[in-house]
Design a protein around this ligand. Structure first.
Ligand SMILES: Nc1nc2c(ncn2[C@@H]2O[C@H](COP(=O)(O)OP(=O)(O)OP(=O)(O)O)[C@@H](O)[C@H]2O)c(=O)[nH]1
Ligand SMILES: [Mg+2]
Length: 230
């Protein structure tokens, strides 16, 4: 109870905290099972997170184009509505499942578990999970991935890592996308990269353009290294 006024504020607040803790604990346990499942099949699962429109699907289209001839690749697409992103990925010739979260602002481990079982066995390959475009909630939900990859585009402003630190702290790699637009912006790429590293000094920060392919080889190298290290 809040001090004396009888509004019930604190009771409601503590109930909410308990429900959130239970929800996250349940998710963590499902995520651990997903992780075991991926490991046992030598699948490298990566969780792509960003604000809406940073370029996750464009990045995946180009990534799939490079990887799919050499190694099994499958994709889980997360969006509130539509199958638009899954259609784009399907057109690249790889297996894809679209998840629609309705009002939900992130994917959770149970959704990924179900989607994964709708995909053919892709032993030894990559599973890319494109999360719902949102720089906040997906940070809290482990999906069982080997790593989170955060994408931030140069059009979003240098301050985003500082304003949304949880996502940058949770990621292993930060792809700074749309660098082809730098000549037309007053964006400061160095500052953006510095801010990302300020939040997470272990973060690998790679500037690239998913549209033109500039800087893309370093991202592909990182993917190769992760696959070999598995
Ligand atoms: N100039 C430029 N445009 C890009 C680049 N990457 C993506 N875009 C454009 O940015 C827009 C959004 O790209 P998407 O790949 O759909 O972004 P997304 O993050 O998947 O979006 P949501 O799934 O809706 O969150 C599209 O118009 C892309 O063509 C890039 O490197 N350079
Ligand atoms: Mg997308």
């Amino acid at each position: 109870m809040c001090d004396g006024c009888g509004c019930g504020e604190q009771d409601a607040g503590s109930r909410r905290v308990v429900v959130e803790q239970e929800l996250l604990a349940k998710n963590d346990s499902r995520a651990a099972a997903n992780r075991d499942h991926f490991r046992s099949r030598e699948i490298l699962a990566l969780n792509l997170v960003s604000s809406p429109g940073s370029g996750k699907t464009t990045l995946l289209e180009r990534t799939v184009h490079h990887l799919a001839p050499k190694v099994p690749v499958s994709v889980i697409e997360g969006d509130q509505q539509t199958t638009l992103d899954a259609e784009r990925i399907k057109a690249c010739g790889v297996e894809v499942v679209q998840l629609n979260t309705g009002n939900g602002c992130h994917l959770d481990a149970e959704m990924v578990h179900r989607a994964f079982h709708d995909l053919p066995d892709q032993r030894g390959g990559f599973l890319f999970i494109e999360n719902v475009g949102n720089l906040v909630c997906p940070a809290a939900f482990d999906l069982g991935e080997a790593a989170k990859v955060v994408i931030v585009s140069v059009t979003e402003g240098e301050d985003k890592p500082l304003k949304y630190p949880a996502m940058f702290a949770a990621a292993a790699v930060c792809l700074v996308n749309k660098i082809d637009l730098l000549p037309y912006l007053d964006a400061n790429l160095d500052k953006l990269m510095e801010n990302a590293r300020k939040v997470n000094r272990n973060l690998l920060v790679l500037p690239l353009s998913a549209k033109t392919g500039e800087g893309f080889s370093k991202w592909l190298d990182w993917l190769d290294e992760q696959r070999l290290a598995r």
